[in-house]
Design a protein around this ligand. Structure first.
Ligand SMILES: C[S@@+](CC[C@H](N)C(=O)[O-])C[C@H]1O[C@@H](n2cnc3c(N)ncnc32)[C@H](O)[C@@H]1O
Length: 382
């Protein structure tokens, strides 16, 4: 057994402390300022993993978790931390990744925009069903953690989850639950072939757009407008904007109001179909939609005043980094849900002549260690 103090929170969400002989120990469900008795469960040369045996002195930043399956369910591992501590930790995790992974100078004003509410924010989720049980995956397991209520969901989606659980679906499959405008919700089994209907309408900065089952839609209902506005402001205005990984057009419609021409690239066929419908519905005539992989299409996308990229968690494919640098947009806005891949890509983009100007975190995922970021880059004068 080891007695140690928790000094901070690491990217995966675990607290970090040191044993008396100086070894780093990662401890899940701990809080900065905790004094703990810890049992080591995994020992490596440079670090160890431990579990809390006893809290000797609790951190002042601890709060009572609100969810009945906290600790068993794989989600929301930060419910024991007060919200201010979560926000501070996310700013540190983001800054740390930029500095250590990317070797970048962290802007002094790095901040994380809070979610207007730390619970009741989530408007998109996926749950598993099996043998009449519905829920998320258990932590570090493939088993289903029975969950009929989930306090991070917006109330109408929490109700939709309770309804699904009451149906006791027998088949082993995944379900997508999404909440849209005007209290509407959609509950869809993600079976093959994926149902085409219904499309769900979401309102972003006063503009309505709709999404088919399985198509990516941003998941914090309370920050949709703030996130979209931040990207539109960072992109600015001008003649041509190029948007890669555009999905069904979450940022595209707003970009089309700031630029004379927008070229929007997306690889997933259903999202491309939704984008066509959303552009048509908004009455926009200046959006050119290119269905296909960004890394293949980039070569013909030079001369942009602004480029916006919002890749999946894995970050930009390597050919994309080179393509973006060669396309030399005057400004680049990079939206990321993973600080480590963001930092890696920003470092490579810096070598290609795109310098980081500012970065802002968005707390799209309260009660979890995940952090979204919007980074703004400018092309060095050639
Ligand atoms: C994080 S989502 C963002 C979507 C959109 N910007 C939004 O906010 O709703 C990433 C999108 O990139 C698309 N995608 C993934 N790999 C791609 C690639 N190589 N080229 C183009 N699009 C890709 C996915 O289908 C998905 O729609």
């Amino acid at each position: 057994m080891h007695e140690l103090s928790i000094e901070g929170l690491a990217a995966g969400g675990d607290g970090v402390g040191h044993t008396a002989d100086g070894r780093v120990v990662f401890v899940p469900f701990s809080a900065p300022g905790d004094r703990l008795s810890v049992r080591l469960v995994e020992e490596r040369k440079r670090y160890a993993r431990g579990v809390i045996e006893r809290i000797l002195e609790p951190s002042p930043f601890r709060v009572q978790p609100v969810c009945g399956v906290y600790g068993t369910c794989g989600g929301c591992t930060w419910q024991h931390l007060d919200y201010e501590t979560q926000l501070r930790a996310k700013a540190e995790i983001l800054g740390d990744a930029l500095e250590r992974v990317g070797g970048l100078r962290v802007p002094d004003d790095l901040r994380v925009v809070p979610s207007p509410a730390p619970y009741g924010w989530r408007s998109r989720t996926r749950v598993l069903a099996k043998g009449g049980v519905v829920g998320y995956r258990k932590r570090r397991s493939h088993a289903v953690c029975a969950t009929s209520r989930c306090p991070v969901l917006v109330p109408e989606l929490d109700e939709a989850l309770a309804q699904l659980a009451r149906r006791r679906p027998q088949a082993a499959e995944e379900w997508e639950l999404v909440a849209g405008a005007d209290g509407a919700t959609r509950t869809t089994p993600l079976r093959s072939p994926l149902p085409e209907e219904p499309r769900l309408t979401v309102s972003v900065c006063g503009q309505r757009m709709s999404f088919s089952p399985g198509v990516f839609v941003q998941g914090n209902a309370l920050l949709l407008d703030a996130l979209a506005r931040a990207v539109h402001e960072a992109a600015g205005s001008g003649h041509l904007a190029v948007e890669l990984f555009c999905g069904a057009g979450f940022f595209t419609l707003g970009l089309a109001r700031g630029f004379e021409r927008v070229v929007a690239v997306e690889s997933e066929g259903r999202a491309v179909a939704d984008l066509h419908a959303n552009v048509l519905n908004a009455g926009l005539r200046n959006v050119e939609i290119r269905g296909g992989r960004a890394e293949r299409l980039l070569a013909v996308l030079g001369g942009a005043d602004a480029m916006v990229v919002d890749p999946p968690r894995t970050g930009l494919p390597p050919e994309c980094i080179q393509g973006v640098a060669e396309a030399r947009p005057r400004r680049l806005v990079y939206v990321s849900c993973d600080p480590a891949t963001l930092a890696r890509d920003l470092a490579r983009l810096a070598e290609g002549g795109l310098a980081l100007e500012s970065v802002t975190g968005f707390d799209l995922f309260p009660q979890t260690p995940h952090v979204e970021a919007v980074a703004s880059l400018v092309s060095d004068p050639a």
